[in-house]
Write a protein that binds this ligand. Sequence first.
Ligand SMILES: NC(=O)c1ccc[n+]([C@@H]2O[C@H](COP(=O)([O-])OP(=O)(O)OC[C@H]3O[C@@H](n4cnc5c(N)ncnc54)[C@H](O)[C@@H]3O)[C@@H](O)[C@H]2O)c1
Length: 319
Amino acid sequence: MARKILIIGACGQIGTELTMKLREMHGNENVVASDIREGSRELMQSGPFEILNATDEPHIREIVEKYDIREVYLMAAMLSATAEKAPMKAWDLNMDSLFHILKLGREGMLDKIFWPSSIAVFGPSTPKEGTPQTTIMEPTTVYGISKQTGERWCEYFHRKFGVDVRSIRYPGIISYKTLPGGGTTDYAIEIFHEALKNSEYTSFLAKDAALPMMYMDDAIKATIDIMEAPAEKIKVRSSYNLAAISFTPEILAEEIKKHIEDFKISYEPDFRQSIAESWPSSIDDSAAREDWGWEHEFDLEKMTEEMLKGVQESLKENA
Ligand SMILES: NC(=O)c1ccc[n+]([C@@H]2O[C@H](COP(=O)([O-])OP(=O)(O)OC[C@H]3O[C@@H](n4cnc5c(N)ncnc54)[C@H](O)[C@@H]3O)[C@@H](O)[C@H]2O)c1
């Protein structure tokens, strides 16, 4: 029998591409997309869609029962930069939505749950280079605090009630199909749009702000890989470190200059710089590589080529 899957927060940067990939794998009718707003035409037209608020527990239950859902990907959240502007709202959304889904898992209504964490779980006291899987975690943003707390609850629900919840700490995700939702790494997407439109970009992070990043295709692959792995391979039930590339705005600008010679970058760091400073520069993801065979495909060069091609096409379509 086909696996029925629900994606909550399906219209966001990651949710949109994840939904399309899952529909390709499992059949359009078996993958229900949901969000508090409508998404891209492709997403809305390719399979079932429901307007669903991730904090509305009775409605989530109704949808799970209506479609006989056995697997949930909970992608709805308020991201780092936006959350600093509305801390209590961010806390309520990020925590309540997770509790609603974990409780459904505890009741045996779901077989598997995916919930993403983030490199924001780390803080200024964490080792910055090659950040280990298990280390000091003292996040300073409300987003990071909500993700770290979420990780503890995931592990607790697994240990105590056997809930099969799986999680990865996404680094900054770079893509061109859906715009990002207000994170600290969004500069690494904006820069491509501005490079192609105006040949210049003013970065809101300083030139030497090194952060762990990943191209969207790799993030989707990691998400599918961890969910497809046999349960006994998932040894970390809080959340796995995950890494691909690490670079600064200056390094990325140099890479873009190889394609757009007259591209110019300037720097006007804002409040997001202090968030970036509290996060790791690079991540040790050997646990994910050993436990469930994680491998990334996109390096800086390949990611830059794909982004320039993709953003160029989307600019032409919208012209
Ligand atoms: N994009 C990144 O670089 C990144 C990095 C680390 C972790 N993550 C995590 O991955 C997940 C998805 O991130 P994203 O970049 O796609 O975010 P996004 O902001 O692009 O998308 C989030 C989606 O959730 C929806 N949403 C907001 N409030 C909702 C509610 N109450 N009910 C239902 N839907 C609601 C929004 O409409 C949006 O479509 C989040 O948990 C985020 O914390 C993302």
